[in-house]
Design a protein around this ligand. Structure first.
Ligand SMILES: [Zn+2]
Length: 258
């Protein structure tokens, strides 16, 4: 009898714990009157990182604990053999972007999916890893309805603090598969009076440190760390600006139900 009671108690306790673990957080002083008229807040962009560590196992440990500056995470980690880990649910806010900005978005952790690539920062990215990344991008952008051109690097959104992924990252290969923003060929010469800084800002770069913004732009589009304007920059930016201006406006929000 005692044993039966103990078993039942343990079972009920386990059920209660399970229920608590999955229940959404609520204000305890409020009476819960649930409404079905809502949806999960979801990401609108994707940020690519490189771990800058020696192994995926070491990166996993850091992304589950902390690095030298504090607690960090990402939604996904892709090994260099293409193996895929998920560490945070897509509906949750992972801590991967830090202080950063892209266009009008300033709280990028709240607005993005973070993908870490196992890479030490100086080695090339493996074909298996990029193939796995492309499959993941296809899956995420389809399910979450994220615009395909809004795939950027950590260095793009935090130009004064971050350099990842390195200039070896194959942005052109991503663009050939339909991800990110990439200049088309052949490129037209920009008109007289074309404002490269305005185009850089329109693409999304934070211009508060202009040299850092140019370095991030060159890393992304040329694979170099140059901080001055280069011949050819204007034609790249003119084409990127044209592509953005040709994009259809985002769909209007769904009409309110009666
Ligand atoms: Zn990063």
């Amino acid at each position: 009898m005692t044993r039966g009671f103990t078993r039942a108690t343990v079972l009920i306790a386990a059920l209660l714990l399970g229920a608590c673990a999955s229940a959404p957080p609520r204000e305890p002083k409020a009476e819960w009157r649930p409404s079905l008229n809502h949806n999960e807040r979801s990401a609108v962009m994707i940020v690519v990182h490189q771990t800058e560590m020696e192994s995926a196992e070491a990166a996993l440990l850091t992304l589950q604990t902390r690095n030298s500056t504090g607690r960090v995470s990402a939604h996904y980690l892709i090994r260099d053999d293409g193996g895929l880990y998920q560490l945070v649910a897509e509906s949750d806010r992972a801590w991967h972007a830090g202080a950063s900005r892209w266009g009008g978005v300033t709280d990028i952790n709240s607005a993005s999916i973070g993908i870490e690539l196992d890479n030490d920062g100086v080695e090339p990215f493996s074909d298996a890893q990029i193939t796995a990344l492309l499959k993941l991008l296809d899956d995420i952008t389809g399910r979450l309805d994220i615009p395909r051109h809004l795939v950027v690097g950590h260095g793009d959104i935090a130009p004064t603090r971050k350099q990842d992924p390195s200039g070896l990252f194959p942005w052109k290969r991503l663009a050939d598969a339909g991800y990110g923003l990439w200049p088309r060929e052949p490129r037209a010469e920009p008109p007289a009076g074309f404002d490269g800084w305005a185009a850089l800002r329109l693409v999304g770069y934070d211009l508060r440190d202009p040299a850092a913004a140019l370095r991030a732009f060159h890393r992304h589009y040329l694979g170099t760390e140059e901080e001055q304007w280069l011949p050819g920059d204007a034609s790249i930016l003119f084409d990127l600006q044209q592509q953005l201006m040709e994009m259809p406006p985002p769909p209007p929000p769904p009409p309110p139900s009666p």
